[in-house]
Design a protein around this ligand. Structure first.
Ligand SMILES: Nc1ncnc2c1ncn2[C@@H]1O[C@H](COP(=O)(O)OP(=O)(O)OP(=O)(O)O)[C@@H](O)[C@H]1O
Length: 253
């Protein structure tokens, strides 16, 4: 039988983002839930990684902690050479705005702004000018050149999510974190979005870390990190739908 080989988790130095001894406990006392239990994991630059695991295994907690959206209870998160827990709240806000891109299930576009104004908003907030060549390239990769003057309500869900990806890319962030980015899209738009994320990695050298429940979505990634019970349970290189399904079955998902 050609069974899936689940590799030991690796922690690379020089990674885009890494966590060491990461522990997240939600709540206190009798209500305390250990969502992450001493996790070591790292995500290489220029690669597309999916985080998968059964419901409640800690995927969102991991993403939120490594993206600086939530404080870890213990442990360290490094974005490149920057250790997040060492930062003040203000410095963390600036880091999230300038060095991290986010793509969520909800597109979170500002309804009164055009697509273009939504895309360049992070640069404006940072007092930076758009790099026209980079902006043109991002818009071309995402195929939204003819929608830039439209407001979100005039765009389809798939187009709105592409605008959200362009907004995440425009600052040339160190890493893009995506949490179920296809969750609100129909299957065709979802497939397109995943192809765009793939091209962002291949053509723009972007680093993408995505939480997903969907083996077909994870198959677009270079690597799958598997979580179970708040711990890294293994990883898959060059995942396919079948290898992901088999690995998840092995975790009892
Ligand atoms: N704010 C919170 N307060 C209390 N417990 C929480 C909180 N957030 C998450 N948890 C618990 O922590 C554990 C991990 O949750 P988390 O959302 O990280 O898992 P997940 O793998 O993303 O789950 P799902 O696939 O269902 O979204 C679960 O037991 C969950 O109930």
């Amino acid at each position: 039988m050609n069974s899936t080989r689940i590799l030991e988790p690796s922690v690379a130095t020089g990674a885009a983002v890494s966590a060491f001894g990461l522990t997240k406990i939600h709540g206190t006392g009798d209500a305390a839930v250990v969502a992450l239990d001493d996790v070591d994991v790292s995500f290489e630059r220029g690669r597309f990684t999916a985080i998968m695991g059964p419901s409640g295994s800690g995927k969102s907690s991991l993403l939120h902690c490594i993206a600086g959206l939530d404080n870890a209870t213990r442990g360290q998160v490094h974005l490149g050479d920057t250790e997040l827990s060492a930062l003040s709240d203000d410095a963390l806000t600036v880091l999230r705005r300038e060095r991290i891109g986010f793509v969520f299930q909800a597109f979170n576009l500002l309804p009164t702004l055009t697509a273009l104004d939504n895309i360049v908003l992070p640069l404006k907030l940072a007092g930076r000018r758009p790099d026209r060549d980079h902006l043109d390239h991002v818009v071309a990769v995402l195929g939204i050149g003819d929608r830039l003057g439209h407001r979100p309500s005039e765009l389809s869900g798939g187009q709105q999510q592409r605008v959200a990806v362009a907004r995440a890319l425009v600052t040339r962030p160190d890493v893009i974190f995506a949490d179920e980015p296809t969750g609100a899209l129909d299957s065709v738009s979802g497939q397109e979005l995943l192809s765009f994320l793939r091209r962002c990695v291949d053509e723009l050298g972007q680093t993408v870390v995505m939480v997903t429940h969907d083996p077909a979505a994870a198959a677009h990634a270079d690597r799958v990190v598997l979580l179970a019970d708040g711990q890294v349970a293994g990883e898959l290189a060059d995942p396919t739908v079948d290898s992901v399904l088999e690995a998840l079955r092995g975790l009892g998902a």
